[in-house]
Design a protein around this ligand. Structure first.
Ligand SMILES: Cc1ncc(C[n+]2csc(CCOP(=O)(O)OP(=O)(O)O)c2C)c(N)n1
Ligand SMILES: [Mg+2]
Length: 585
């Protein structure tokens, strides 16, 4: 109604930039993350007029801006917009499009484009975005005529949020943003959510009733509060052991008795072994990708363990592993329908207990070498996180500490790049905190990942929000060092790092810095970080020898002979002794 009135009352033409800003508002977008460029001055001007309704977040790096938009999409299930300039801006931002694509996050990315009349001249910063983003985005388009703006933006939102959600890239020809036109705004389409076929739901129930060892694998995006609650009701009522997919850790309440842990990188080998004994897999929202299925080996492709796979896009069902039953549905409506089914009489309580006890055994903290026990730190963090805390993660071995030792409870969220992109965590935390300023937001990141996009902490200061960043500093690209030691033991090549003083880095912004070298220092440091009310950084001085939660560098080298020419001093298995990096002080 309001829109119709505004359309009738609008007597004067608007420039394309303003039409775009109005179209975003009309489609329910409320946040734009951007790094400016002269290619979209008119759009920035349009956003100025809509500043009451559109929060404009000025970022420091396009990858950061797009990752912030991804975090917004992951946490709300709705798309945010990101805006970057042509050529270089689009290239920097591309990583975030890849994350959103692989992670099924709804998002709109606007790219300023060169003047249309110069197309094909290799003009300044010219790129053909339809080609560049073709394999990265769900849809790529370009607006060359301002009168098409409302239509394209409306369709872009529909594409980004329907079926398997994903990113849409929209290039904006420079001159059409300046055109003065009269065009009505378009309302949001009222599209109902796809419901599961009731017959398929009954078939699933029958399969479940026959099973003796079912396992659920929960993943996917755009879960609502209602959908999550229904999912928990269904899985609890049937006492089904629940695993979560890679970087989807908080999709299920880890404190419940049927939570069995995560399937991903660095997961419990005991749990992975047990999945092979299952006689029914309920893949709810999980694409059963290579991280979850341990490089497509966990299940066999012919489907000897029957798989029920629930996804919003039928084309994704059974993509690698043949399914016994595919259910095309919005995940939330599926969960609501599943919760409405009469529970079967589960005959597998021992099986559920067995899997749960594996999880509990994994959470028992070993006596790790060195003064800082990260297992204990994670267990303590569990008690320090607010009930509605949001934890963001990066790619890297450090991430294994949280997934192994920390149980997330129902109100908490955990987001990270399932596509394994480093540099995600800090911008995601800034984006999360801007989206939910009242919630505690904690970023976990390695020293490698932090130095990729840690400067986005400046955006937190600029917008007055205070996330807490935990930097796991092992002075190396630890994950790659791990692979290196497995394939080429003792030959450390291209993986050692020299770092700044991280605490002083954040203090340079007038933020709060902490250094934690010993286990007992962590809890007070975290509390001080929270109490400071400022963006905070806690550097965790990690023992580089402890390369994963389960292995030391010495373990990786065990049984192997040092290659000829390895100096005597380096033959010793200790990571600290061999790492050429500086002594930490
Ligand atoms: C953008 C990007 N570049 C490179 C890689 C390859 N890679 C995966 S993990 C990793 C090392 C991560 O180092 P760090 O952040 O310090 O975490 P750690 O593994 O040491 O805990 C690298 C280089 C990647 N996944 N993403
Ligand atoms: Mg590292």
């Amino acid at each position: 109604m309001e829109l119709a009135k505004a359309n009738r009352a609008r007597a004067t033409p608007r420039h394309g930039g303003r039409v775009l800003a109005d179209a975003l508002v009309a489609q329910g977008i409320d946040t734009v993350f951007e790094v400016p460029g002269e290619s979209f001055l008119d759009t920035l001007d349009g956003l100025y007029d809509q500043r009451e309704k559109l929060r404009l977040v000025t970022c420091r790096f396009e990858a950061g801006a797009v990752n912030m938009a991804d975090a917004y999409g992951k946490l709300t299930g709705r798309p945010a917009a990101a805006m970057v300039t042509r050529g270089p801006g689009a290239c920097h931002g591309a990583i975030g499009v890849h994350v959103a694509y692989q992670d099924s996050t709804p998002m709109l990315l606007f790219v300023g484009q060169i003047p249309h009349e110069d197309t094909g001249r290799d003009a300044f910063q010219e790129v053909d975005y339809r080609q560049m983003f073709a394999p990265l985005a769900k849809w790529v388009t370009q607006i060359d005529h301002a009168k098409r703006i409302p239509e394209v933006v409306a369709h872009a939102v529909d594409v980004a949020t329907s079926g398997r959600p994903g990113p849409v890239v929209i290039a904006l020809s420079e001159e059409m943003q300046k055109d003065q036109i009269q065009v009505p705004d378009l309302a949001r389409a009222a599209v109902s959510r796809a419901f599961p076929d009731p017959d398929a739901m009954m078939r699933m129930r029958t399969m479940l009733a026959k099973a003796k060892k079912p396992v659920a694998v929960v993943g996917g995006s755009c879960w609502t509060l209602e959908g999550r609650a229904a999912l928990h009701r269904f899985l609890q009522a049937n006492n089904i052991p629940v695993t979560v997919g890679f970087r989807r850790q908080a999709h299920y309440d880890g404190t419940l008795d049927n939570f069995a842990g995560d399937l991903g990188v660095g997961s419990d080998p005991g749990l992975i072994g047990k999945i092979k004994d299952a006689d029914l897999i309920l893949a709810i929202g999980s694409r059963l990708g290579d991280a979850v299925t341990q490089g497509y080996t966990l299940l066999d492709m012919a489907g000897s363990i029957p798989i029920v796979q629930v996804l919003p896009d039928g084309a994704e069902i059974g993509r690698v592993f043949r399914t016994a039953l595919g259910i095309v549905s919005d995940l939330n409506t599926f969960a609501i329908a599943a919760a409405g089914l009469e529970p079967v009489k589960p005959a597998w309580s021992k099986w559920t207990q067995e899997l749960r006890s594996l999880r509990e055994a994994q959470r028992a903290v070993p006596n790790y070498q060195g003064p800082l026990n990260l297992g204990t730190v994670m267990r303590e963090l569990e008690g320090l996180l607010a009930p509605d805390a949001i934890v963001t993660t990066d790619a890297g071995n450090f991430a294994g500490w949280a997934t192994r030792f920390l149980n997330f409870s129902e109100g908490q969220r955990y987001i990270g790049p399932t596509n394994g992109a480093m540099g995600y965590s800090v911008p995601a935390a800034v984006g999360a905190k801007i989206t939910f300023p009242k919630r505690m937001v904690v970023s976990m990141v390695g020293d490698g990942g932090f130095m990729m996009t840690g400067q986005e902490i400046a955006t937190a200061f600029h917008h007055g929000v205070a996330p807490i960043v935990m930097v796991f500093n092992n002075q190396m690209y630890g994950t790659i060092r791990m692979h290196q030691e497995r394939s080429y033991p003792w030959r450390v090549s291209g993986t050692a790092l020299t770092n700044p003083d991280f605490a002083r880095f954040i203090e340079a912004f007038n933020g709060h810095g902490e250094v934690v070298s010993e286990t007992t220092e962590f809890t007070p440091a975290f509390r001080r970080a929270v109490e400071s009310g400022k963006p905070a950084l806690i550097e965790l001085r990690v023992n580089p020898e402890q390369i994963t939660t389960r292995a030391t560098i010495a373990d990786l080298r065990a049984g192997k002979t040092p290659p000829k020419g390895t100096p005597k001093a380096k033959r010793a298995p200790a990571g600290r002794a061999v790492e050429p990096g500086k002594k930490r002080g």
